[in-house]
Design a protein around this ligand. Structure first.
Ligand code: CA
Length: 226
């Protein structure tokens, strides 16, 4: 999951970036509205955390501009003004959800999970496929009830493929959503990671074949099996 944080207070932005990275999110940070708008339009994000009080272009204006350009990434607005009017304005400008400052970190994470779930259609809180159960809130993965030990990036890739189950996901898309923007974008990194992930989640010679299928020239897919 790739998140864009638009926040002008460096301490808050840094704390958010650090905390969200630790949760396995790929985090981009913008320090003002204009930069936020540019970053949101330039590369795909799964969710945007948008502060309302920003210098120059405020959060409402950024939100309206994004929607006006046809960018429908879910937006969580952070408002310091705990007044009904501001909440209404936030939602009217095209935001999907809002959170008054100061907020508790677990509540922020829960809002982000809820937004990304909704954006991807009806998806359960715990993602399952072929005996796997991945719980984004608890950050656990189990295979037939036995816990698996995945790295943060392996977890992010598996979560992304599970959320997209039934659809082929390209290496480029995985790079965009599971690697940070500073990465040089070599698709070999995706191949290496998927290879490692398969060794952890798949039982060799198991009936029903592999969980993560390679579609030559296109990418990877977790097929939805009944
Ligand atoms: Ca601010």
């Amino acid at each position: 999951m790739r998140v864009l944080v638009v926040e002008d207070e460096p301490d808050v932005a840094e704390a958010l970036a650090w905390g969200l990275s630790a949760e396995g999110y790929v985090v981009d940070v913008a320090g003002n509205g204009v930069d936020g708008l540019w970053k949101a339009a330039e590369s795909p994000h799964d969710v945007i955390v948008l502060d309302v009080m920003l210098p120059g272009m405020d959060g409402y204006q950024v939100c309206r501009a994004l929607r006006g350009r046809g960018i429908w990434t879910p937006i969580l607005m952070l408002t310091a003004l705990d007044e009904d009017l501001d909440h209404a304005e936030g939602l009217d400008s095209g935001a999907d959800d809002y959170l008054p400052k100061p907020f508790s970190y677990p509540v922020l994470l829960a809002h982000l999970r809820s937004l990304t779930r909704r954006a991807l259609g009806a998806r359960p809180a715990v993602l399952t496929a072929a005996g796997l159960a991945l719980d984004p809130a608890a950050r656990t993965v189990a295979r037939d009830g036995a816990p698996l030990d995945l790295t943060v990036r392996e977890f992010a890739v598996l979560e992304y493929l599970l959320r997209a189950a039934g659809r082929v996901v390209s290496k480029t898309e995985l790079l965009e959503h599971c690697w940070d923007a500073h990465f040089d974008g070599d698709p070999t990194a995706v191949e290496v990671l998927v290879h490692r992930l398969r060794r952890k989640i798949e039982t060799p010679g198991a009936a029903g074949g592999s969980i993560v299928d390679t579609v030559r020239g296109q990418g990877y897919v977790i097929r939805e099996r009944s």
